[in-house]
Design a protein around this ligand. Structure first.
Ligand code: SAM
Length: 260
């Protein structure tokens, strides 16, 4: 496997912005609350303070035009912390749940790309598009939910998948170990797209512009770049396909060396 482009630091910067937003809301509410409670010499109403903090964080996220899912996370984060503390639950359970989530959703934290799976019929939609005996890479291959059915429908293809969340990688490895699928551990930003005639992804809006640039840099002109559900902004598709789940498959052709 060749090492190529540096990893995008855009998702990490975005995470720092979200943390800063949440911290600003906590700071604002607490600095307004403590003089009030101090002067009244009354007990702190933690439920109210946490609810107001959630509301302020939500408002700040709206004003900062954050995506809707971040607005919901900001709204619920502190109130849910308070709620969790109302139950007598050992902190080890929280640690265990956190570790499990990290094993499965590692990339949701580091790259804004969670785990969800391609529908059963996506392989069928791709089947006629792919050239005879060509190579396809699934970037962020999850549990091999695309590659396994595709290898049954098109045994002539050379299929590969790269995944870097530990638990999905392990499940995918177990599922593909008796197949010709080339199942790899690793970060797709560091994996060259050059050996493949098609690259498939089902990720999130966040990495699409940079992923398209990587594909254009590394793939041969005329190769296919296929994205399930998330279009590349401002780039015209060659074909749009509807999957049974109602999601759109965006099919792009890599332009010639001097095209935009
Ligand atoms: C939405 S799932 C899609 C899974 C699979 N391609 C499918 O269609 O069923 C996206 C996957 O990409 C993985 N992923 C995200 N960022 C990655 C990275 N930088 N390198 C490798 N895998 C990554 C996630 O762990 C997740 O399993």
């Amino acid at each position: 496997m060749s090492e190529t482009a540096p990893i995008s630091d855009q998702p990490r910067r975005s995470l720092v912005h979200q943390l800063a937003l949440q911290a600003a809301a906590v700071f604002l509410v607490f600095s307004l609350a403590w003089p009030v409670y101090f002067l009244r010499a009354s007990a702190w109403n933690w439920a109210a303070i946490c609810a107001v903090t959630g509301a302020v964080a939500f408002l700040a996220a709206r004003l900062a035009r954050q995506p809707w899912w971040w607005q919901i996370i900001h709204l619920l984060f502190v109130p849910l912390l308070w709620l969790g503390m109302q139950f007598d639950i050992s902190p080890l359970w929280y640690l265990g749940a956190f570790m499990l989530l990290l094993l499965v959703f590692r990339c949701a934290v580091t790259g804004q790309i969670p785990l969800y799976l391609s529908g059963k019929n996506v392989a069928g939609r791709l089947r006629p598009l792919l050239a005879e005996r060509s190579a396809l890479l699934d970037v962020g291959a999850g549990l091999a939910s695309l590659l396994l059915p595709l290898s049954r429908l098109r045994p002539d293809l050379r299929l590969a998948g790269v995944e870097n969340a530990p638990l999905p990688w392990l499940i995918g490895w177990l599922r593909t170990r008796n197949t010709p699928i080339d199942w790899r551990w690793g970060d797709f930003w560091r994996h060259s797209f050059a050996p493949y005639e098609s690259v498939y992804c089902f990720l999130s809006p966040a990495p699409m512009p940079e992923l398209w640039l990587k594909a254009c840099r590394e793939m041969r002109s005329g190769s296919l770049f296929i994205s399930n559900a998330f279009p590349v902004p401002d780039v015209g598709t060659e074909t749009l396909l509807e999957s049974e789940s109602g999601l759109t498959l965006y099919v792009y052709r890599i332009p010639g060396a001097h095209s935009p």
